[in-house]
Design a binder for this molecule. Sequence first.
Ligand SMILES: [Zn+2]
Ligand SMILES: [Zn+2]
Length: 286
Amino acid sequence: MRFCVLGSGSKGNCTLIESGITSLLIDAGFSGKEITRRMALINRSPEDLDAILITHEHGDHVSGAGVLSRRYKLPVSNPATHQAAATRVKQLHQRWEFDTGTGFVVSDLDIHPFRTSHDTVDPVGFLISDGVNSVAYCTDTGKITTLIRQRLRQCQALILESNYDPAMLLNGPYPMHIKQRVRSNHGHLANNDAAAFLVELCDTEVQHVMLAHLSETNNHPDLVMAQVQQQLGNRARNFHLELARQDRPSRLITVGENKSEQKEGEGEETISFQRQDGRGESCIRP
Ligand SMILES: [Zn+2]
Ligand SMILES: [Zn+2]
């Protein structure tokens, strides 16, 4: 499997996940044009997509979903969220709906949507597996629930929210009611909460962690890395840690063995995660 966070933050979220046979987007929070541009940067096209999975109806997750869906006739999956997003997404050619908590299949990928804790009608994260490896996506959640804990322990690669620094939020420019919303159990995940959760994941198969949905107002990339490294201590070497950016795609990252041939020119951009003997030495740059 491979994944690339095409962009993440309050101005738009979009992640590509592919098996070599199947190609999915999680969220489409940029314009259709911008998503097409970002996919082209990693030699991909919306024409290759099999589905767009939507986590929840906020604009930074669905703004391009309707356009892409109408242009490429993609099934956009979601439950009550579909109705809540209807004014933004508008008319669709076709759509799938799933029950939150019930797995479904898109071609050779198993998709397990799980409930997150956010102030929308039916917010979800996803655990996506090709039968051997899995990638989990979990942003826009005010807390790590027991269910989220269970799901995220099963993956090899994790895209996890690290939205704000509590002190920056407290002293920042947001009005009090927005500050309260962000830090509530149905808001966003703080850096220290993300880091504390990573500590819990040290004894799992999670090898690659992409911290995402960083606030531009209440956070800073250097601060996130410093805080997470500090809380993890020596355990930081258990993970290959990276930050997703708002303005540009991440590298295209390979998780486990790939089912298909590598496309030309991608060799230097990928990381292979075949584990050697012992944790902390498991990341091999090709
Ligand atoms: Zn949201
Ligand atoms: Zn969001």
